[in-house]
Design a protein around this ligand. Structure first.
Ligand SMILES: Nc1nc2c(ncn2[C@@H]2O[C@H](COP(=O)(O)OP(=O)(O)O)[C@@H](O)[C@H]2O)c(=O)[nH]1
Ligand SMILES: [Mg+2]
Length: 254
């Protein structure tokens, strides 16, 4: 079994990708389920097979603890840990080969608080993959792209499981922008040139050594451009994930 977690900043496209990737898997005859870990999800673009909202309701937390929506999200994130055993049993009862996790809207609630790490470990870190989502609007500028690399590195330090870098909503980018971002992820010299052109004053601060240390964390493979809207790039995610745990072997299909 593979546990694939989509993690990224708010609005980076986690829920959409969960839906699009699951749809792609189903269309190709693979057995998979989705798990929603976001108690605050609205208008989910897919129907989760396992849903944190069956255990945790933000509205109840707000009432019980006398907090607003943001406070409730934090309490909910911590409450996640209490439900992991039960959730694990339910996930296992599906007897599926592939579990796709949609994580909370606010990335830091899952990444920095204890329960996210606890959950990944409890469900088996040895068969987990993190798909880290790069928002295209932020990735467009070299400084934005580097900021996301820093976030990706912090996620990797935290969870220490294999990593895919995914550029979401690639339909919002021009061919040229897509090429540029792919180039930055492939070749740090290109990124170094770009940041030096953008901010000549940063030249001394962001050395190529720094970038290459950063890359050695999360960005060991090229970024995978996808579009959930158009269903593009789903096969590339699948193949990259299979590469990590099965040496590229295909799953059995129905
Ligand atoms: N154009 C485009 N928009 C997208 C795509 N994926 C997501 N979006 C939009 O981006 C916004 C945030 O997406 P969502 O999946 O809710 O992000 P999350 O907060 O990370 O779960 C929504 O308005 C989506 O419709 C995509 O592939 N292309
Ligand atoms: Mg979401």
């Amino acid at each position: 079994m593979i546990n694939l977690y989509f993690i990224g900043s708010a609005g980076s496209g986690k829920s959409s990708l969960t839906g699009a990737y699951m749809g792609w898997m189903q269309n190709h005859g693979y057995d998979a389920i989705t798990v929603n870990l976001d108690p605050g999800i609205e208008n989910a673009p897919y129907v989760p097979d396992v849903d944190i909202r069956d255990w945790i309701k933000l509205r109840d937390i707000m009432k019980e603890h006398g907090v607003g929506p943001n406070g409730a999200q934090i309490i909910a994130a911590d409450m996640l840990a209490l439900n992991i055993t039960e959730m694990k049993d339910i996930i296992e009862s599906f007897e599926t080969e592939y579990v796709v996790f949609d994580t909370p809207g606010q990335m830091e609630l899952f990444v920095l608080r204890q329960s996210g790490k606890y959950l990944i470990d409890a469900l088996g870190a040895d068969k987990s993959i993190i798909g880290f989502l790069y928002d295209p609007v932020i990735s467009r500028n070299p400084s934005g792209f580097i900021s996301l690399m820093l976030q990706a590195a912090s996620v990797q330090v935290r969870f220490n499981v294999p990593f895919l870098n995914i550029l979401t909503k690639s339909d919002l980018l021009s061919e040229e922008e897509r090429g540029k971002i792919s180039g930055w992820s492939r070749d740090l010299m290109e990124l170094d040139d770009a940041i030096n052109n953008e901010r000549p004053t940063m030249r001394s601060q962001l050395s190529i050594e720094f970038l290459s240390a950063l890359k050695s964390f999360g960005a060991s493979q090229d970024i995978i451009p996808v579009s959930s809207t158009y269903g593009a790039g789903m096969e590339d995610i699948y193949n990259a994930a299979q590469q990590i745990y099965h040496g590229g072997e295909d799953l059995s299909r129905d």
